[in-house]
Write a new protein. Structure first.
Length: 341
């Protein structure tokens, strides 16, 4: 078969491992010809392709990013975009498509499947907020980066007797903050699901100082104070309507400094969490997703996504990927709250 593959949305450690697994099993096991589209849906709109034979995917397993490039292009936000996508697939003889992405990329995939394109999706996001899968690859690596940063910040914070606020990614869901905060022994963890009380944050910081140590506050970029607003970097939105978040860490550090009377600094981890080499967990999960996706295509599936349930890779309807976000439940937050202060 002639099968197209693309990566869309924010990059994520493990994308190359998926591409490699699809190509390796597709070529050697099924006799497929794989066509990569550059920069997500932009490559399909513009028929910008990259031939993916075995040689093309040698050595990419441990590499972060995506060899195909990515973008947040939304064909449905462009006049005639969906028709151009269908025309490219027809002209290039693409019989099935494997899009690797989060809710936006897979949302486009869902609509194309409804329009008759044979699609098998692969879920990806460092935020781990897709409800249809227990974990997405990239999350484990991002948490590892954030945890290491927290470990390092403990020693410098204690030396200078100052609060350190660590801003991590997490637009709607606080999974990265929750896991990194618990693993790193943070004294306060603030997530988008739970609007926070500034007085309580200050009390926890004071308590930590009284114990002879300095506080570490981990905050998701999408967290906001009770009755307050999200911190935005710009008012602009992308092709899928998302605003660019960022700034809550700096705002919070200045509030804490003012209220505790002790110096506070903010560290924004940003794209450090997304770049670089994937963890072993992410490499294995991404590889298993890739193998399962190419097999699903050959089983005649369409409109499905591969997903992790327990330790099994299963197939779920593509629509399930975008139906609901997986948010941090109250009882999971209560577990990390035990360590506040
Ligand atoms: O969706 C993943 C994510 O990492 C979010 O946590 C974050 O808000 C966004 O991507 C940042 O995207 P960009 O790379 O476009 O700034």
């Amino acid at each position: 078969m002639r099968i197209g593959i693309l990566t869309g949305g924010g990059d994520c450690p493990g994308l190359n491992a998926v591409i490699r697994a699809v190509v390796r099993k597709g070529v050697t096991h099924h006799g497929d010809e794989l066509v990569g589209f550059r920069d997500g849906w932009r490559g399909v709109l513009e028929a910008d392709t990259h031939a993916l034979d075995l040689a093309a995917v040698r050595g990419i397993l441990p590499r972060g990013g995506t060899m195909l490039g990515t973008s947040r292009t939304n064909p449905y936000a462009i006049e005639g975009g969906a028709d151009r996508v269908l025309a490219t697939l027809e002209r290039l003889g693409i019989e099935a498509l494997i899009p690797i992405g989060g809710e936006d990329t897979l949302g486009v995939a869902t609509r194309l499947a409804e329009a008759g394109v044979r699609v098998v999706g692969v879920p990806k996001t460092i935020d781990n907020d897709l409800d249809a899968t227990d974990y997405t690859f990239g999350f484990d690596t991002a948490v590892g980066v954030a945890m290491e940063a927290i470990d390092r910040l403990h020693t410098t914070g204690d030396s200078h007797h100052r609060t350190l606020v660590v801003e991590v990614m997490g637009r709607h869901a606080g999974w990265i903050a929750l896991h990194a905060g618990m693993a790193g022994g943070a004294n306060v963890v603030l997530i988008p699901e739970q609007p926070f009380d500034v007085d309580a944050v200050v009390t926890h910081c004071q308590h930590r100082f009284e114990s002879g140590f300095s506080p570490i506050v981990v905050v998701s970029e999408g967290a906001a104070p009770k009755g307050g607003e999200l911190a935005l970097q710009t008012g602009e939105t992308d092709a899928f309507g998302h605003v660019r978040l960022g700034g809550i860490g700096i705002a919070l550090a200045s509030l804490i400094e003012e209220r505790t009377g002790r110096e506070a600094r903010a560290v924004v981890l940003g794209h450090l969490q997304r770049g670089g080499t994937p963890s072993h967990f992410d490499r294995v999960l991404a590889t298993r997703f890739g193998l399962a996706a190419i097999d699903a295509v050959h089983d005649g599936e369409s409109g499905v996504m591969v997903a992790l349930r327990g330790t099994d890779i299963v197939r779920v309807p593509l629509s399930a990927a975008t139906a609901r976000l997986k948010l941090v439940p109250v009882d999971r937050y209560a577990e990390v709250e035990v360590f506040f202060g």
